[in-house]
Design a protein around this ligand. Structure first.
Ligand code: ADP
Ligand code: MG
Length: 735
């Protein structure tokens, strides 16, 4: 008797079960039935053997004609050549060491691999194989959709299919699946969804593409509903825990900030500011996501909110993703506040507060002093990196947490900072990378969004061009000329490279730019093709100094420098003592030097879409027009080249966010805690299932309205509990 909880060892034997667990994370029958086919093969969609081209990665359907095994000549082991044909053409499959056990003459199978050629004959070297079940007759499989499962070296799609056959043969499992449906019956009826058992069966045994579509729709629903119920429950819990109202007070720091601002606020800044001020004045903790284009002036919006909290007797923390950015924020805020930011010092204004920088690299004495100011409350504004999250940091009365450039911060880190208040503080998360609605509803399910659409007047704007060096080699020298021209006009330039150089670990700029490594975001990157290593800061800087930019003041900046060195070099650049800064993505977020007008991004194809958008935001910050040159060896007609052209063609953050989502894997978007296995999100797509997610969100809210403990829906409650348990486990691992 098989049930959903039967260990797979009882179904497939110990060895295969072990491989299933290790390679595919499948442990019990429940996991196996949720291991969906990644695609379906149909005869009509197969490439005919006569149409094969060397280099194609294809699946062919053929019948085994000949199997010939012999020992290898120069090595131990054997080689097996299998000839398959499809009636029109034929090809050879080559296997080593009896990896072909089921190849018998007459069998039909699917073979997938990359076509190569040997002595004029087309062949696959050790292709993926799936022999068709001997019992299926030819006519049946000709029209059937053959499920192809995500497999591994030790667990073939074939084995998975056989195991599933056993499972589906068990009436107990089928019954259990009927009862295990997390989507309540009335929700199913309202949205015309088939029962879970039917959907799972169809997903594994579809006859038509419509079957797959319907099954997917149904299965996505339970993913979306479980996720949304989880998020809605968290929102409710957060709303029930009161924070502290920090109403605006006239004549305090907030008014003083408005007085000293060297510019007029934009209408957008004013409106968003009012919305924030009103929410901070309430007891219910604020949870806001502030989206605003690069350069839209989010910092000052945050500063005004922070000042309000200080006026109400609380402290505000500004969390930045890098030390460079934290230092810049602290410097900028302190500079703006002047004596108002130096309360307690000789020239300080007693009405003001203190702006304290707290980063991991502070020396012991400075750190102690900073910690003391944070703990006794004299630091009203605390700026820092993730060092703020560490154990030893205690706030006197944390009232507001501002997280800058949130895409570098996980939900967990945000929660950890939130826990530092005696009561939950207000939270403002800021990002320049617009977040598609679906992502806001899932990953940031607990954040309501505010948007700054307008840029301050008088911005030069930035224009971007691709420099396709493979096709237009001359354009690169033209790019360096442009840099020289800008420098001659008194402007400055950035040159960005994907790597530091000098045999660093391949991942790149690690220490504090944890996700700055520009890899994993490029779907065009084919690990099989040997691409040269990405260009490196140290090499490029040297070449520029010796050649195209000789005579200019060229400096480098990267994550391997000490924080003091980084800080010193940023300062020198800001003070115009450096003309050209050759850097890694350390400068990606928030660095603000309005005099910099050109950016040359080397190997631009190695960066993700939103990274490029962030990067070029560094040169659109002043009144002079900015120029961003995306240098790439990719051909303009390749998918990578097209993507770069799209980035160059638009500065609309929302369009770019969409493009970004298209080019990233969903898991990256969902983030570690909510991706893949743990969240059970396998089919749901943030890009394509917006409507479904929105519907699930409102069903989730309704469910919690009427049935708060989910008492009437034990299956749903169990699924939600499993998701939360996963999170908790994740949390423990990290702590
Ligand atoms: P971001 O939204 O990208 O974080 P910042 O807050 O760094 O942008 O602001 C970019 C630049 O614009 C800063 O130099 C800031 O002082 C300036 N700025 C902000 N608001 C205004 C405004 N209303 N008018 C003119 N300049 C502004
Ligand atoms: Mg910023």
């Amino acid at each position: 008797m098989l049930t959903l909880d039967t260990p797979l060892a009882k179904v497939v034997g110990d060895r295969t079960a072990k491989a299933m667990a290790e390679d595919l994370h499948l442990h019990v029958v429940r996991d196996l039935v949720r291991h969906y086919p990644s695609r379906y093969a149909r005869r009509g969609e197969m490439t005919a053997l006569t149409d094969l081209q060397v280099g194609d990665r294809v699946t062919v359907l053929g019948q085994v004609r000949k199997v010939d095994t012999r020992p290898m000549r120069n090595r131990r082991g054997s080689i097996t050549e299998v000839t398959v044909g499809d009636g029109a053409g034929s090809m050879r499959l080559v296997f080593f060491n009896h990896k072909h056990a089921r190849m018998v003459v007459g069998a039909w199978g699917l073979f997938a691999g990359t076509v190569s050629s040997w002595h004029g004959q087309l062949q696959f070297n050790h292709p993926d194989c799936q022999l068709l079940d001997e019992s299926t007759d030819a006519a049946e499989w000709a029209s059937a959709m053959l499920p192809i499962y995500p497999a591994s070296k030790n667990v073939s799609s074939w084995v998975l299919q056989k195991s599933l056959k056993l499972v589906f043969g068990s009436p107990e499992t089928a019954d259990q699946l009927l009862d295990a449906d997390p989507v309540p019956g009335d929700v199913r009826r309202r949205h015309g969804l088939m029962p879970l058992a039917r959907a799972i069966w169809l997903k594994h045994h579809p006859e038509t593409p419509e079957d797959v579509e319907q099954a997917d729709h149904r299965l996505k629903w339970d993913e979306a509903l479980v996720l949304q119920v989880t998020l809605a429950a968290r929102r409710r819990a957060a709303a029930l825990e009161p924070g502290i109202a920090r109403p605006r007070r006239a004549g305090g720091l907030a008014d003083a900030v408005d007085r000293v601002l060297p510019f007029q606020l934009t209408d957008g800044q004013r409106e968003v500011g009012e919305a924030l001020a009103a929410e901070i004045a309430r007891e219910q903790p604020m949870h806001r996501l502030l989206q605003g284009e690069v350069g839209s002036g989010k910092t000052v919006v945050a500063l005004r909110a922070m000042a309000q909290v200080v006026d109400a007797g609380g402290q505000a923390a500004l969390l930045a993703p890098t030390e460079v950015l934290a230092a810049q924020h602290a410097r900028g805020i302190a500079g703006l506040l002047g004596p108002l930011g130096r309360a307690g010092e000789l020239d300080g204004d007693p009405e003001g507060t203190r702006v304290t920088l707290l980063t991991g690299s502070l020396r012991a004495a400075a750190r102690r002093a900073a910690l003391a100011e944070v703990a006794d409350g004299s630091a009203g504004i605390v700026v820092g990196t993730h060092a703020l999250l560490s154990e030893g940091v205690a706030f006197a009365d944390l009232g507001l947490v501002v997280v800058d450039e949130q895409h570098r911060f996980g939900v967990e880190q945000r929660d950890r900072l939130r826990a530092k208040g005696t009561r939950p503080p207000h939270v403002l998360v800021m990002t320049a990378t617009p977040i598609p609605r679906t992502v806001a509803m899932t990953v940031y399910g607990d954040l309501e969004t505010l948007t700054l659409r307008q840029l301050p007047a008088g911005r030069g704007g930035v224009s971007s061009s691709v420099v396709p060096v493979a096709e237009k080699p001359g354009w690169l020298s033209r790019a360096w000329e442009r840099v020289r021209e800008e420098v001659a006009q008194g402007r400055q330039a950035y040159v960005v490279c994907p790597r530091i150089g000098d045999d660093e670990p391949a991942a790149g700029d690690q220490p504090e730019d944890a996700d700055g490594a520009p890899d994993g975001t490029d779907p065009a990157a084919d690990p099989a093709t040997d691409r040269r290593p990405p260009l490196a800061v140290l090499d490029v800087a040297e070449e520029l100094r010796a050649g195209p930019l000789a005579g200019l003041r060229v400096e480098v900046l990267h994550g391997r420098l000490t924080p003091e060195e980084k800080e010193a070099r940023m300062r020198a650049f800001a003070a115009r003592e450096v003309d050209v800064l050759v850097a890694t993505t350390v400068i990606e977020v928030g660095v603000d030097v309005p005099n910099a007008t050109v950016m040359v991004v080397m190997d631009a194809d190695r960066f993700g879409v939103s990274q490029l958008h962030q990067l070029r935001g560094r040169v659109a910050r002043g009144k002079h027009p900015g120029l961003c040159l995306l240098v790439s060896e990719a051909s303009t007609s390749s998918s990578t080249g097209v993507r770069l052209a799209q980035v160059a063609a638009t500065t609309d953050g929302f369009e770019l966010a969409r493009l970004d989502l298209e080019t990233r894997r969903e898991g990256d978007v969902l983030g570690a805690a909510q991706s893949g296995r743990r969240s059970g999100v396998k089919l749901l797509s943030l890009l394509h299932d917006e409507e479904l997610i929105a519907e699930a969100r409102s069903e989730a809210a309704a469910l919690l309205e009427t049935d708060q403990g989910l008492a009437a829906h034990p299956e749903l409650a169990a699924a939600v509990a499993a998701l939360n348990a996963g999170d908790r486990a994740d949390w423990l691992e990290r702590a």
